[in-house]
Write a protein of this length. Structure first.
Length: 493
């Protein structure tokens, strides 16, 4: 046997080496899951910019990006908002930094919306998103209790050390990087700790609490373990104390809207469990709001019209000022001319911010986007999508009184993306799926004419068992449409 001259090669393996990749939901884990760490480091209000950068590259690298219906209104708002930068040219560094900060948050929210909407469900299930948002809500509740227990706590952060000294002179920048867990106010005649951790203002604490609560309700409806449900019930009951101490009337209004509107929608769907849970929370809230020391706190708050006069002055000044610059606005908030001791004009609510900063077109695009989003998702098929619809509805309720920056705008982006994704590809429960039709076995006429023993019997009258006298079993050697009787499918031989 002659040599062929060929050299033996080691067998090539068809198993490709696995490449380590981050899970698709890594932005949720980094921004929301690790938010307490970012808060302690002073980067809580800035983390959104850093996370949005790799998310942008992830979207650009794809061959196709789906856009949810209505997102064009938000894009028009962002384009118009960027055009109003001409109104801050020649201003001080404070106004320029504020404009770029808000522009970065609006951009980041848009990226989050597209990223979540284009997420395949096998890589980022709806339940995973609900879990992360529920965890964030628990963090907010814990921050509220921290503000009550230790209201005077404040600390220096890493971001504060890294920030240029010139920027630290800006009140907004200093507030963002130097956290306080509560704001102690005495407008009721006695000191009341209004919680704000892990955020920069008390109103932001209340706004985030209200916007995250529907995600908690959505996850609670999917829980099958009684222990976890009871644990979430205890947290919900305990959260009422910081909610009352916050003295946030808009937060209380949002809770009423969530309970009444959400309860009515789910009751109409026949969801008795969800309706009963909402009623239970409503009863507990009623008791806390009307009896005991918390009831007295609510009563005192109702009697004192704190901030009403100041808000009225700022609202009127904003409306009068926009008449002088209706299209481009003023690029950002400005100090009040009528009362310099009040906060800047355009800071007492998201609507007034976009209205004063970016004019009538900017306000139209921004408000129109959320109105359309809430209207389009009102007929959501799944429970999770319906709760996201309620989140968008709460944004409209909060807009005249609360700002929606920084975390709030991202919560709303997730809610809109999740609801839109569910409308396109809903996670329907098994019971609503159509059952599979049973397979029909058809016997041809030729077999019946041939009077197969297994079908017609030995006497050919169709009722025999081989001897023509009854309905007994078919013998193993008799012929059937599938062959011999022993080979027939179960139940047919």
């Amino acid at each position: 046997m002659s040599a062929t001259g060929a050299t033996l090669q080691p067998p090539t393996s068809r198993v490709q080496a696995k490449v380590a990749r981050l899970p698709y939901g890594w932005p949720l884990y980094v921004a929301f899951g690790l938010f307490p760490a970012w808060y302690l480091l002073g980067f809580g209000a800035l983390i959104w910019f850093f996370v949005a950068i790799p998310m942008t590259f992830s979207l650009v690298a794809r061959s196709k990006i789906r856009v949810p219906k209505g997102f064009g209104l938000y894009m028009l708002f962002f384009v118009w908002m960027m055009a109003t930068i001409v109104q801050v040219q020649g201003s001080g560094m404070d106004r320029i930094f504020g404009f770029m900060y808000r522009a970065g948050l609006y951009y980041s929210a848009g990226i989050w919306c597209l990223y979540i909407y284009n997420a395949p469900k096998r890589l980022l299930p709806t339940r995973t998103i609900l879990k992360v948002m529920t965890l964030m809500w628990i963090v907010v509740v814990a921050g509220g209790w921290l503000g009550i227990i230790s209201p005077y706590m404040e600390f220096t952060t890493l971001a504060q050390h890294l920030m240029p000294k010139g920027l630290l002179n800006n009140d907004l920048v200093y507030t963002l990087v130097h956290p306080k867990v509560a704001e102690v106010q005495t407008f009721l005649g006695y000191p009341v700790p209004r919680p704000q951790a892990p955020f920069d203002f008390t109103n932001n604490w209340g706004g985030n609490f209200a916007l995250l609560l529907p995600f908690v309700c959505a996850l609670w409806g999917q829980m099958r373990t009684l222990t976890r449900r009871n644990a979430l019930r205890l947290v919900a009951v305990g959260s009422m104390i910081p909610v009352i101490f916050s003295l946030n009337r808009t937060l209380w209004l949002c809770l009423v809207v969530t309970l009444v509107y959400g309860g009515a929608r789910f009751a109409a769907r026949g969801k008795k469990g969800a309706f009963q849970a909402i009623c239970a929370v409503a009863v507990i809230g009623y008791l806390l709001f009307n009896f005991g020391p918390t009831g007295q706190l609510i009563s005192d708050r109702a009697k004192v019209a704190h901030s009403n006069q100041g808000r009225s002055i700022l609202y009127n000044e904003a409306a009068d000022s926009v008449q002088k610059s209706p299209f481009l606005g003023y690029g950002g908030p400005k100090a009040s001319v009528r009362n310099p001791n009040l906060p800047p004009v355009g800071t007492q609510g998201q609507f007034w911010l976009v209205f004063f900063s970016h004019g009538i077109p900017g306000a139209f695009f921004f408000v129109g986007f959320f109105v359309y989003a809430a209207w389009r998702t009102r007929k959501a098929k799944t429970n999770a999508a319906l709760w996201c619809h309620i989140v968008l509805l709460l944004a409209i309720v909060q807009m005249p009184f609360y700002g929606l920056l920084h975390m709030q705008i991202h919560i709303l982006a997730i809610a809109f993306a999740l609801a839109s994704r569910e409308m396109v590809d809903p996670d329907l429960p098994p019971e609503v799926l159509e059952p599979q039709k049973p397979r029909a076995y058809v016997v041809s006429a030729s077999l019946a004419e041939r009077r197969v023993p297994a079908l017609a019997g030995a006497n050919g009258n169709g009722h025999g068992n081989g001897n023509g006298n009854g309905h007994g079993p078919v013998a193993g050697d008799d012929m059937t449409p599938w062959g011999r009787a022993g080979d027939a499918p179960e139940g047919w031989s």
